[in-house]
Design a protein around this ligand. Structure first.
Ligand code: MLT
Length: 410
């Protein structure tokens, strides 16, 4: 008799964004005249940089000729892309990361979930609260948790609260943990971690032989020169951290799909006999077995992001979304709301009016302003009373949404 993975039955209802999509679809069916503006899921709206498109067209032409056609590529990614990443994202910032420590993939969401396969089930995992739900749900699926309580917190996970009181940057846990997820610039709060904060985590992880999963999917939005873009800017991170990066938000690749994960060769965890095992070897083994790499065409497109023109175009793209974030922040403040984030990040985290829960605010905004956001409680219990708006949209829609929200709250 076939059995399901019971761990899946512990998951709460639907994944957050499809659930929002379902509610919005119902609203649109009931109000077909409404012009709904979607600032919920952080999905890019602006076209790919032209240099990326040219590179992909040229790659297609190569694929069209027998002499330059390519079949399976290296599972870890083509050398041309890995070398460009190592050079521009790491060595240019003084980080010692070599091209062969970079594993190109089709997304950070997949990588942050898949990486759990190479770690034992007994690890104690810490996540911040609020948190990108993928970190939690993939641990539930992997059987690393008990069931969820009434607040949606799963037994066995350690939740580190990110609150107004701690500036949305959680404290180091009191109890020992083995794996820590950090995401900076943060999804959902849009807040950043300074060098000193990251150093505390790296020191903690090295002292406790813990591993940090550092999700830097939004690093391109950092404008403050004092804020680190990579965990490897912190001395000691090579022995305790895996970093996840993506072209999705940086260069508009949410539909094109390309990302990468850095696993330094110095990073090890312990087997059941107490021997140190390099995680590089296990991840390499995992990827070689279960993944056939990202398409050649897409990797050529990603490589073009590092050209002079690519860097200029990406900078313009990021500035465009950051200007949206600034307008959102200031517009919402004018509407009387308390607003966080949105300076070095594409997300604005606002406090819902007193006595209004996150989902109530979601419904109010949808009903009265036809604007979709993401309820803070969808990111965890500590997100209750907050609401996320994404700056990924056209200027016209962002300005229109600000006006509508202001009128709805007046
Ligand atoms: C979000 O809205 O939180 C992100 O778009 C989700 C993702 O990157 O998977």
């Amino acid at each position: 008799m076939a059995r399901v993975n019971d761990s899946y039955l512990k998951l709460k209802a639907g994944y957050l964004f499809p659930e929002i999509g379902r509610r919005v679809r119902k609203f649109c069916d009931d109000h077909p005249e409404a012009k709904v503006i979607r600032l919920g899921i952080g999905d890019v709206t602006e076209p790919l940089p032209s240099v990326v498109c040219h590179a992909m067209h040229a790659a297609i032409d190569e694929m069209a000729r027998r002499e330059t056609f390519r079949g399976y590529g290296p599972e870890q990614g083509y050398e041309f892309l890995r070398a460009a990443i190592a050079e521009h994202d790491y060595r240019a910032r003084g980080c010692e990361i070599s091209a062969d420590e970079i594993f190109v993939s089709d997304g950070s969401k997949c990588d942050t979930g898949n990486i759990l396969e190479i770690l034992g089930p007994e690890n104690v995992v810490a996540v911040s609260d609020p948190v990108y739900p993928v970190y939690v749900d993939t641990n539930v699926m992997a059987g690393r948790t008990g069931i969820a309580d009434a607040d949606g917190r799963y037994a066995g996970l350690v939740y580190l609260e990110a609150t107004e009181a701690n500036g949305f940057v959680p404290e180091i846990p009191q109890q020992p943990v083995d794996v820590i997820y950090l995401c900076y610039p943060n999804n959902p709060t849009g807040m950043v971690a300074d060098r000193q904060t990251l150093k505390k985590w790296v020191d903690y992880a090295n002292a406790n032989r813990a591993i940090i999963f550092f999700d830097a999917a939004y690093e391109a939005f950092i404008t403050d020169p004092e804020i680190p873009h990579s965990i490897y800017e912190i001395p000691g991170a090579r022995t305790c951290a895996i970093e996840f990066r993506s072209f999705s938000k940086t260069a508009g690749f949410t539909g094109t799909r390309c990302a990468f994960t850095v696993v330094p060769k110095d990073l090890a965890a312990t087997d059941s006999n107490g021997n140190a095992v390099p995680l590089f070897d296990l991840w390499n083994r995992r990827q070689s077995t279960k993944f056939n790499g990202v398409s050649y065409v897409v990797q050529r497109g990603a490589e073009a992001v590092y050209s002079d023109q690519g860097r200029r175009e990406v900078k313009e793209l990021i500035s465009f979304y950051l200007e949206n974030a600034r307008r959102l922040r200031e517009g919402l403040e004018r509407a009387g709301l308390t607003v966080y984030g949105g300076v070095n990040a594409p997300y604005v985290w606002l406090k819902t009016p007193t006595g209004t829960t996150s989902w109530q605010f979601f419904d109010q905004l949808l009903d009265r302003a036809h604007v979709v956001g993401t309820p803070g409680s969808g990111f965890g219990a500590a997100g209750e009373g907050f609401f996320r708006l994404s700056a990924f949209n056209s200027r016209e829609n962002v300005d229109e949404a600000i006006g509508r929200v202001g009128r709805a709250l007046a």
